[in-house]
Ligand binder design. Structure first.
Ligand code: PTJ
Length: 251
């Protein structure tokens, strides 16, 4: 048992959740490695939401509210950490949830579907029982997407995504929102809007932002999306990391 007084209590509890998710078949083996990489960047960022992450969350919320067909694409790590919050966000946005795994097996899809169902999700996509379409530029089982979901989506939220898929979706002219603690990752650089924050903070922040912006005029929402510059925002994230560790700390 991890003692509450331990200085790394929160981080260790999160690791425990990740290991349990692996044991329960939700997480891929390499999901644990991916978590470790995220953890290292979170440590460098001070394990808190930065001002530029808040800016990205505002732009992401605006884009998702404006979307005609918003889809939230989930993998093992996302479901292991924030299944209830994903279901709430999808409900608030009237968005579809689609399971898209990098390490795809029928068994993991079924386990993840059950976790999402238990969290209250309905009509989950990305399972066996629906028409599929291929995403151009991707090979093998990962190229498959739901015809009702990612394939026709105009805005896709894909947390913790791999670079190839992010690139392929952007080439299809989708507005791509990702959550990635690594501001240097190919996905972070490729996405239209990257939220550089831990998914356990980013999704609740997104829920809050959607709530706050829901009744705002479309023209204002469009302006928020237009004013967001992903490259500048990623540069600011990197600067935050370097300032933090060279004594020029600004929260
Ligand atoms: O469940 P599957 O089969 O779809 O596999 C999922 C993983 C995550 C294993 C797969 O997509 C993968 O290998 O991803 P990558 O290429 O390792 O990218 C994951 C990114 O997520 C990395 O840049 C990490 O820094 C970042 N990351 C990890 N944990 C978190 C995170 N970002 C935000 N919050 C986290 N908790």
């Amino acid at each position: 048992m991890i003692h509450k007084d331990h200085p790394r209590y929160k981080s260790l509890k999160l690791r425990e959740k990740i290991v349990d998710a692996y044991k329960n078949g939700i997480l891929a083996e390499s999901g644990m490695i991916a978590h470790g990489r995220g953890e290292a960047f979170d440590y460098l960022l001070g394990e808190e939401t930065t001002s530029n992450s808040k800016k990205a969350v505002q732009a992401a919320a605006a884009a998702l509210i404006l979307a005609k067909n918003p889809v939230i694409s989930v993998n093992g790590n996302t479901v292991a950490l924030v299944s209830n919050e994903i279901v709430k966000l999808a409900d608030d946005l009237n968005a579809r949830i689609e399971i898209n795994l990098f390490h795809k097996t029928k068994k993991r899809i079924s386990i993840i579907k059950n976790v999402l169902n238990d969290a209250g999700a309905k009509n989950i996509l990305g399972t066996d029982h629906e028409a599929k379409a291929l995403i151009k530029g991707l090979e093998g089982p990962r190229a498959s997407s739901s015809r009702e979901g990612v394939y026709i989506a105009d805005v896709v939220l894909v947390p913790l995504e791999d670079g190839d898929r992010a690139e392929a979706l952007v080439k299809l002219d989708k507005l791509l929102i990702t959550i990635d603690l690594n501001p240097l990752s190919r996905t972070a650089k490729t996405a239209t809007i990257t939220i550089v924050d831990n998914i356990i903070r980013a999704i609740p922040n997104l829920i809050q932002a959607v709530h706050e912006l829901n009744n705002v005029e479309d023209s204002t929402l469009h302006q928020i999306v237009r004013d967001f510059n992903n490259q500048e925002n990623l540069d600011e994230s990197l600067k935050k990391i370097s300032d933090k560790h060279t004594g020029r700390v600004k929260p």
